[in-house]
Design a protein around this ligand. Sequence first.
Ligand code: NDP
Length: 385
Amino acid sequence: MKTITILGATGSIGTSTLDLVERSPDAFSVVALTANRDVDRLAAAAIRTRAKRAVVADETCLPALRTALAGTGVEAAGGEAAVTEAAAMPADVTVAAIVGCAGLRPAMAAVEQGNTLALANKEALVSAGDVMNAAVARHGATLLPVDSEHSAIFQCLDSALADRVSRIILTASGGPFRERPLDAMREITPAQAVAHPNWSMGAKISVDSATMMNKGLELIEAFHLFPIASEQIEIVVHRQSVIHSMVEYVDGSVIAQLGTPDMRTPIACALAWPDRMLTPGERLDLVKVGRLDFDAPDLERFPALALARAALEAGGARPAILNAANEVAVAAFLAGRIGFLEIAAIVADTLACYDPAAPDTLDAVLHVDREARVLADERVKERVA
Ligand code: NDP
């Protein structure tokens, strides 16, 4: 039996993780579940799974959580510090599924306990890649990818042969606007942007997929997860999302991982690692899929990709600024304050006006994140005015 904590248990990844955990009650025992404000969903999941503790990040929701959990034996807690405390509770596996840089401190708390961190929360690794990897090494923690592309690479990359890898090919669905002309992209609404053709996901990552910033964040994530130079990571648009990514070796062999687009497969891969566990998802029917298409990404219509690559190559604080500005811009787009094409423009403007020294501690990364958010918010206000 593995003990498990799920940070962001009420979201898309959190719900898929709970589905797997609840289908295997003899395999998992739940330590803590966290959410931001969704008390109903959190309390219900904590009661069903007999979690030790349930935590809301927004402290104003704590009284409601206490009421919902009264008499159940599940402890209730609230506030950002309480989420970090829950993340630091000993667990065999901690699933980091909070969206955005808000998940960084809790993810680091789990790493500092030497826990195994199943990481979906890519923004944490993008913002603090070097700091997080140093902490993983210092505390003997294990970082396992949950993102489907990185799970694919993890499964294809033989770590004993890491120096024989010549290329990582990161596949991208291209999102819902893969073929839309640039002019027509100006009119894209939040409802259109969150409707992903292949995957069902939270709102923020759905918009990131539509701008292809998601692939940019994944490029940076791959760089920090695997021993590879940035120029050896190539992005290929593959509209069917059947091949989740590939690894090429020096002899020209390319190893791919395939499957239906169901996040429960990569989540299960991390939960059961180094074993495998049964998942309920639909199995891949290649005859039904029929064909697999591949295209080069269009950097003109998807400038976020070039911004992310430049941030990765410059290193230092650039990825944290890119991520923070993107979070602010996506929230402004979802709130109807700015247009779709302005998301990447705000990220570019924020990167252009802020260039601090490389952050080398968690607090320094969080400082860069805060400052970048203020600057990005000013850029949003300028565009709204
Ligand atoms: P969702 O928006 O569906 O869920 C986010 C979760 O984080 C919810 O539990 C939410 O709580 C919680 N949360 C939000 N803000 C805060 C905060 N400030 N403090 C603490 N908790 C917070 O996101 P997804 O599940 O789609 O994505 C989660 C992460 O996984 C992201 O980093 C995403 O990039 C990554 N990912 C997601 C994939 C997917 O298929 N969805 C695929 C690969 C990666 P509440 O419900 O109360 O708001």
